[in-house]
Design a protein around this ligand. Structure first.
Ligand code: SAH
Length: 215
C-alpha cells in the first residue's frame, strides 16, 4: 500500500506520543513543519520515518524523536531568546523558532547554512538570525540567552556556552566521545552554579572547531 506523506506524518506523531513525548506544543509544531523540505529530494519518502537522515556536507538531520525530546526538555516559551549551535538542515531551528521569540543559529558549513536560509524564507519564518562560524564560542554579541541547544556532540561541554546563559537558563547538549556512549546533558544555571542532569543516551555527529567554505 502506498501511504501519503501526511499519513506517514500522522503515523510518526502516534509513534512519538507512544515513545513518551507529551508536550502538545512540541507535537503540534512537529505536525505543522514539512520535514521533507529539509532533506535531499531522493529521500523524501522517508521524511516521516523516525530516523536520522543524511544531508549535505556529511552531516545528518536528527531523528524526529530526538528533535522532539531535546525540544521538550529545553522547555521553551514564546518569551525566550534561544541559541542553537549546528543549524544543519535547519529543521530543529524551525521547530525552536516556532516556540520561541527569536532564534539565533550558528553553523560551520557554509553550504548547509545557505540551504537552510533559503528554506526559512520559503516557509515564511522570520524570527531566525543565522551566523556562519564556530558555535563552540557561542554568540557573545547576542548573549545572554534563555535557552541554548547544541545539536552536535562534544566530549566536554564547551566552556563559553554555559557562560552565555541567563540566570535560570537551560542548555541541552549531547556529551560524549565519538563511537562511545553519548548522553543528552541538561544544564540549568542558578547564579554561578550549573545543575547537571545526564538524560537520554544518543549518537550525534561531532562538534568541530573551525569553519568550512564549501559553497
Ligand atoms: N540541528 C540540525 C542537526 C545537524 S547535525 C538539523 O536539524 O538538521 C549537526 C550540525 O552541527 C552539522 O551541520 C555540523 O556541521 C554542525 N556543527 C558541528 N560543529 C559545529 C560548530 N562548532 N559550530 C557550528 N556548527 C557546528
Amino acid at each position: 500500500m502506498k501511504m501519503s506523506l501526511s499519513d506517514r506524518k500522522e503515523r510518526l506523531l502516534v509513534e512519538l506520543r507512544a515513545a513518551g513525548i507529551g508536550d502538545e506544543a512540541v507535537l503540534s509544531v512537529l505536525s505543522d513543519i514539512p520535514r521533507e523540505e529539509f532533506i535531499p529530494r531522493a529521500l523524501r519518502r522517508q521524511a516521516y520515518e523516525n530516523a536520522a537522515l543524511p544531508i549535505n556536507s556529511g552531516q545528518t538531520i536528527s531523528q524526529p524523536y530526538i528533535v522532539a525530546y531535546m525540544t521538550e526538555v529545553l522547555n521553551v516559551t514564546k518569551k525566550h531568546i534561544v541559541l542553537e549551535v549546528g543549524t544543519g538542515s535547519g529543521y530543529q531551528a524551525v521547530v525552536l523558532a516556532r516556540l520561541c521569540r527569536r532564534l539565533f543559529t550558528v553553523e560551520r558549513h557554509l553550504q548547509l547554512l545557505s540551504a537552510a536560509e533559503k528554506i526559512f524564507k520559503k516557509l515564511g519564518i522570520f524570527n531566525i538570525t543565522t551566523l556562519f562560524g564556530n558555535g563552540m564560542k557561542g554568540w557573545p554579541e547576542q548573549a545572554p540567552f534563555d535557552r541554548i541547544m547544541v545539536t552536535a556532540a562534544s566530549e566536554e561541554i564547551p566552556e563559553n556556552l554555559p557562560a552565555q546563559l541567563k540566570d535560570g537558563g537551560i542548555m541541552v547538549i549531547p556529551v560524549g566521545a565519538q563511537g562511545k556512549v553519548q548522553h543528552i546533558v541538561r544544564l540549568t544555571r542558578r547564579g554561578d552554579d550549573f545543575h547537571r542532569e545526564d538524560l537520554l543516551p544518543v549518537k550525534f555527529v561531532p562538534l568541530l572547531s573551525g569553519i568550512v567554505h564549501d559553497s
